[in-house]
Design a protein around this ligand. Structure first.
Ligand SMILES: Nc1nc2c(c(=O)[nH]1)N[C@H]1C(S)=C(S)[C@@H](COP(=O)(O)O)O[C@H]1N2
Ligand SMILES: [Mo]
Length: 572
């Protein structure tokens, strides 16, 4: 980035490039702010960052998705968005510097990003209209204009080499504005009416005077202020869009249930500090989904369609109609297939909902085991997620739910308000569709849902697992009796036994806490006579079918992690 006149980098060129980069960033901010504003009128999910982020999530290989969940947990989406913004900022700087030298190319580069964002937006599964491209395109247009205008204030200096350093004094703003912007290299700057110089830029040094500093500062300030305004307005409009949904949730009073859950046995919770609460509070319940923007569904406008193969009486239900049905209350432990051995993506809640099997039966659905043609139930969410469950499992008598309540409250938005599906015994990605809007009966041969298209198994019952909650890894308990305790789960089969092994010793049976139901996890504890030194504690569970949690470690892909949880501690 030298002037070509000599090999010493010209400070003016350096400054110009820096200002170019700044222009690029301002153009980028303008583009995003305008996109945010326009998306409020189109669809919040159609904004470029959300659309590109969603596309990135969909294209993320399962192993990377798993890695992201493992390392960033529920912050994975924040990290992704920050990553996208970081990449955009980098490109904005590059385009800005480019625009200093090739103004049109820079602006075209900004437009290219608009095309990418727009294409991503209309290709999202929940996109129903090409208008979804509008936020990106409008944002990019404004961004391109900003970049063009800002770098226009810098091009005076750009043309300096044609009349290096001899350029006397300031070029008046008016004369410069009159210059054809497309000919910075060949422009007759040397012929500029320098005699008119002086009053326009009085306090500038010769070098600074080679660009339209005032014009640049004014334009940059205007761009920054306008984008701040557009961004703020867009955010508040987007916020108020969800108002009906928030109101519909606030107005919701869950009806009295016809079939309450039995009280949780007193002994279900072991009294050892550090063990997970038996019931996971809504705020602490793990969240795993692909939604960059949590869908805010207005319950009063919600509809659920049930249709497909073997559905002799298709149905469309409103939320009120759903609530008027017989409601049941059940404790169900949900687990994510991405949960590593010992991992946190498991939670237990008391759900309220409608028995899905009854609803399907009313629609004329028969499970394949009774001659029905459809073996797969595909649930679709408002955000385009598809989740496929075996019809036989849903209709075999277990408490598969269309859930509306979680721990006595309407579903939180993060967990699927107004309605989600739950099937005890199946991992979330094959059973627990949040923000559900449609149920289609089909076959496993005919259709692969979202995660199955991405190398996960078609069928995925939850594997028998156990976890040591306390002591924590690398804890330093004192010698003597140390309580080892945790949870074990084998939903819909039930936990029959939990054993603990110290180092390479024999398996010793742990004390099982009272069982709530076979659909919930079960706590256990083991009083360990701890001796000084380093020790490895390992746990294994046996389910009620007699299956012992296997020793063989497998990865989470394709159908859930296998293996045993170990914790290394040092006893002082
Ligand atoms: N609409 C929608 N539903 C979804 C998902 C999703 O990404 N989108 N993720 C599924 C997965 S992988 C799991 S493990 C559970 C998690 O439910 P939770 O976030 O309420 O814990 O939701 C399931 N339902
Ligand atoms: Mo999951």
């Amino acid at each position: 980035m030298t002037t070509g006149q000599n090999n010493v980098p010209s400070p003016a060129a350096w400054v110009r490039n820096a200002l170019g980069a700044l222009s690029g960033v301002l153009a980028g901010i303008t583009a995003l702010a305008v996109a945010q504003l326009v998306s409020a009128f189109v669809r919040p999910e159609a904004g470029p960052v959300v659309a590109v982020g969603g596309a990135a999530i969909d294209r993320t290989p399962p192993a990377v998705k798993d890695w992201a969940i493992r390392h960033f947990g529920t912050n994975d989406k924040l990290v992704l968005q920050l990553g996208i913004l970081g990449v955009l900022a980098l490109f904005a700087c590059v385009l800005g510097v480019l625009a200093v030298h090739r103004r049109r190319t820079g602006a075209l580069g900004v437009l290219l990003f608009g095309v990418i964002g727009g294409a991503a937006a209309i290709n999202r599964p929940d996109s129903t209209s090409v208008t979804d491209a509008l936020p990106s395109v409008a944002g990019a247009l404004c961004g391109a204009v900003v970049l063009h205008v800002l770098t226009g204030r810098l091009v005076t200096a750009r043309s300096a080499p044609s009349a290096p350093d001899v350029l006397p004094g300031a070029v008046p703003t008016s004369a410069q504005d009159a210059m054809p912007t497309s000919v910075p290299d060949s422009g007759p700057v040397g012929d500029a009416p320098v005699t008119a110089a002086g009053p326009a830029a009085p306090a500038t040094t010769p070098r600074e005077s080679r660009w339209d500093r005032r014009g640049f500062i004014a334009a940059a300030t205007a761009a920054a202020a306008a984008s701040a305004g557009a961004g703020a307005l867009g955010r508040s409009l987007n916020g108020s869009r969800g108002r009906n949904a928030v109101a519909s949730r606030a107005d919701l009073v869950l009806p009295v249930v016809a079939s309450p859950a039995a009280p949780i046995p007193r002994g279900a919770q072991v009294r050892v500090p550090g063990v997970s609460p038996f019931v996971t509070a809504n705020a602490d319940f793990y969240r795993v989904d692909t939604a960059l923007v949590v869908p805010k569904v207005d319950a009063t406008a919600w509809r659920l369609g049930i249709h497909g193969e073997g559905v002799t009486r298709p149905m469309t239900l409103t939320f009120d109609e759903l609530l008027r049905r017989e409601l049941i209350e059940r404790d169900i432990t949900l687990t994510c297939v991405s949960n590593e051995v010992g991992g946190p993506y498991v939670g237990n809640a008391r759900w309220i909902g409608v028995r899905l099997a009854d609803l399907l039966a009313e629609c004329g659905v028969r499970p394949p085991s009774r001659g029905g043609p459809a073996d797969q139930l595909v649930a679709r969410s408002v955000d385009g997620m598809t989740i496929g469950s075996p019809v036989d499992d849903v209709m075999d008598g277990r408490d598969a739910l269309l859930a509306v309540g979680m721990n006595g409250r309407p579903l939180p938005f993060e967990h699927g308000f107004p309605v989600r599906m739950l099937v005890p015994g199946l991992y979330g990605y094959v059973s627990a569709c949040k923000w559900i809007k449609d149920i289609e009966l089909t076959t496993f041969d005919a259709y692969d849902p979202y995660w199955v298209k991405r190398k996960w198994a078609r069928r995925a019952p939850i594997k028998t697992q156990s976890r040591i909650d306390t002591p924590k890894p690398f804890a330093r308990p004192r010698a003597g009796t140390v309580m080892v305790a945790g949870v074990a789960w084998a939903q819909h089969r039930g936990i029959g036994k939990v054993e603990v092994r110290v180092d390479d010793g024999r398996w010793q049976e742990a004390d099982l806490a009272a069982e709530d139901t076979v659909d919930t996890w079960r706590q256990w504890s083991f009083p360990w006579r701890a001796t000084r030194g380093g020790h490895t504690l390992t746990v294994r569970a046996t389910d009620r079918t007699g299956h012992v949690q296997t020793e063989k470690r497998t990865r989470t892909v394709p159908d859930g992690a296998d293996g045993r949880h170990s914790v290394v501690v040092t006893v002082d």
